[in-house]
Design a protein around this ligand. Sequence first.
Ligand code: SF4
Ligand code: SF4
Length: 419
Amino acid sequence: MIAVFHKNGLPLTDEKGSALKRPIAVPRCTAPLYVPLSLGGPAQMAMLATDTPVARGDVLFQDAAGFPTLCPVTGTVRTYTAVEHPMYGELICAVVAPAEEPGEVQKLEIGSHPDKTEDGIITAARRAGIVDELDGRPLHEKLTEWQNAGYHIVADAVEAEPYASSAFAVLREQGEAVRRGLKAAVQATGATGSNIAVCAVSPFIKQALSEKFSEGELYFAEERYPVTVYTAEKTELVGRIGVQALVALHDAIETDVAPADCVITVAGDGVRESQNVRVPFGTPVQEVLRVCGVDKEVAAVIAGDVMTGTLLPDISVPVVPGMTCLLVMSSVPVAENGPCIGCGRCAEVCHKELLPYEIGRRLENMHYDELSFLHPEECDGCGACTWICPSARDVMYAVLSAGETDGPIFLNWGGNEDG
Ligand code: SF4
Ligand code: SF4
């Protein structure tokens, strides 16, 4: 089942709004954290006994490949529990009660014995337990994969969707750490070059970043969603890393501190004003909403942005790497689909050069035998066709359904089962 209802019915215009101009807030979170043990693999057994005091940076868990989960706060491990997370599946989480005071930070002891060789940087990424917010993959795995393979490395702050601005906020406030993290990633991989990619959906973004970075460091994507070009270089070997992961890499190497928190855009019509907040990994989403002043019932919370987000069936789930935006909705968005007017815009924006309206039409008319010529299986679910459709039809759902189904299916094209 493809969860798509939130792709329709929400405003798709630029909604970055006040979050762009406000500094990152650092509210005090007091609720117990649900720290996922080993995001990279299947649920694992815990290591520490319950009621064990822990410091920020202590190893809570290490998987068979030596990839650690480090404690994001000083506190006490109360218990362990399984959480069904819509972004990662089943996670075993350590429930950690934060201490009243921040307490000591357990150092990684990387920077005090600086080993700035290629392998030393990759080892630092592994020991710091860095997970890239772009794709949920351990950073050291990506760096290893790209080593000496001719990659161009991009610090990806594109955020082409309407609400998210957490990457922009990190770039603006921690630009030097991003720059140095990127330099380390280039060194570790022997990359051919690098740049920071941004989608300047607002002139404010362009101006703010142009003051911080030189022209050669930045690449302003000319496309809107979905962005497929991240550099002016003519190369297909582009390795993208999230800016929060790059700050974490810099911190691991230069300050001996592992990442403990992440920056999230909290937006949508269920909040008074959108803002970017910094919270520890493992903070329950409902605690994030509480510290952001959401004191009323909300109808829906979407982890992610309009096009790629996931509806949260339960807001007690923890914040994990990759949850860079939370959309808080006061009502469940409902699509109002109109008929296809044959404008062709869905085909114009399709970066796979498919004919989404034609695939939908053949489905509607049950011409299943002709579908294979249109190659719906090549659709990667970017959602641009749904985004652009003036009749608010869920074109992507039609194409994905056609691509996933071998035999005839019966589809209410333009309807939306979830909406
Ligand atoms: S969702 Fe699929 S059909 Fe629609 S624009 Fe993207 S790749 Fe093309
Ligand atoms: S964008 Fe929408 S209305 Fe236009 S051709 Fe595609 S499906 Fe039809």
